[in-house]
Design a protein around this ligand. Structure first.
Ligand code: ZN
Ligand code: ZN
Length: 362
């Protein structure tokens, strides 16, 4: 009897001293904008339910660990290489993962990849209520069904099989005309399609960038660098809800984080730059030299190229760090602000964002 009590006490003590291993999340630092929350989204991922090699719940755990807010599981409808091992059930990945998503505070969007030969190529339909009803032979009928379900549809990796086969053709034109095509991947994994970016701007298609991940993600906060990270879409939404993500996507309020650059449109890119870069007042001056501190609060190593007369020719502001800057100029010249181009905040292919670095009064 006494032995049992000692044993019980031992177990209790063991439980008390054993630390609970929390699943660590490494946040991705892109600040919110004055009017919008900045949600980090991957809208193109695969699982074992098509040609991926991970179980759906693992996609949620990865998203949590990597600091994502939103993912869509978008398994191929027409390409089911594991069907000998798993029955084709297009709604199953979402059903399996949605509970885990709630536990991890990840928004999970039900999606699918419409997978045809190129051309017409591959398309993701997201915010679907029933994926199975998109299993239709006729190409255009699939998009009619997606539209009936009020899906947001984007063209995937347009240059995947070469720029010639990835041209905007009759299929895309017809879908666009029928309001059945709303966005385009300008980046997919490591690839960037300048041509698709031009097209998106011309036709006002929403800019999308995704991982299209098939393998397990080995990324952690430690392996992530400004150039090596999961390609993502930043969605500027009213709040963190699936409905708000949908509204922002249809409104085109996105930017793409690809390698060491952000690709987007003027209003959000200008707001993001202002939110990322904090300049302190001059803290020391000696003759015509002034010292100021500039904080970069985001994941990019921000690259600046001088346009005006004042300031260093090139400035690099390392990610999530404060840089010390010496400016050789009289006080009057500083008060007007320093005119630069942020060469890795793009508003179009080869079109960097113009910025004014205003040094605040003491
Ligand atoms: Zn694809
Ligand atoms: Zn894919």
């Amino acid at each position: 009897m006494k032995r049992t009590r000692i044993f019980t006490a031992g177990v209790v003590l063991l439980c008390a001293v054993q630390a609970v291993t929390a699943q660590v999340r490494h946040e991705i630092h892109f600040p919110d904008l004055p009017d919008w929350r900045t949600l980090k989204c991957d809208l193109h991922t695969h699982t074992v339910f098509s040609d991926g090699v991970v179980w759906p719940t693992e996609r949620i755990d990865e998203a949590w660990r990597e600091g994502l807010d939103v993912i869509a599981i978008t398994d191929h409808i027409e390409y089911q290489p594991h069907k000998q091992d798993l029955p084709t059930n297009h709604n199953r990945p979402h059903e399996l993962a949605v509970g885990r998503a709630r536990e991890r505070d990840i928004l999970l969007i039900r999606g699918a990849e419409i997978t045809r030969d190129t051309p017409p190529g591959h398309y993701n339909a997201i915010f679907l209520s029933d994926v199975s009803s998109l299993e239709i032979e006729d190409f255009y009928a699939v998009f009619e069904e997606a539209q009936r379900q009020q899906a947001f549809v984007f063209w995937n990796h347009p240059g995947w099989q070469g720029s010639e086969r990835g041209q905007w053709g009759e299929h895309q034109a017809r879908l666009f005309e029928n309001k059945q095509l709303h966005g385009i991947e300008i980046c997919n994994g490591g690839s960037y399609y300048a041509y698709a970016y031009e097209l998106a701007l011309e036709k006002k298609l929403t800019l999308i960038g995704n991982s299209d991940i098939h393998d397990p993600s080995l990324e952690t906060g430690r392996t992530r660098t400004p150039t090596e990270h999961r390609t993502l879409t930043l969605v500027f939404a009213k709040e963190k809800t699936i409905e708000a993500v949908r509204e922002a996507l249809f409104a085109g309020r996105t930017a793409v984080w690809h390698q060491n650059r952000l690709i987007g449109r003027e209003p959000e890119m200008a707001a993001m730059f202002s939110a990322c870069v904090r300049i302190s007042p001059t803290h020391h001056r000696a003759g015509n030299r002034a010292w100021v501190k500039i904080e970069n609060r985001c994941e990019l190593d921000i690259e600046l190229q001088r346009v005006g007369e004042v300031g260093p020719g090139r400035i690099k502001l390392p990610a999530r760090a404060t840089s010390l800057l010496r400016i050789d100029a009289p006080t009057e010249a500083l008060s007007a602000g320093l005119s630069y181009r942020a060469t890795n905040f793009l508003l179009g292919p080869d079109k960097p964002l113009s910025v004014m670095l205003a040094i605040p009064e003491q």
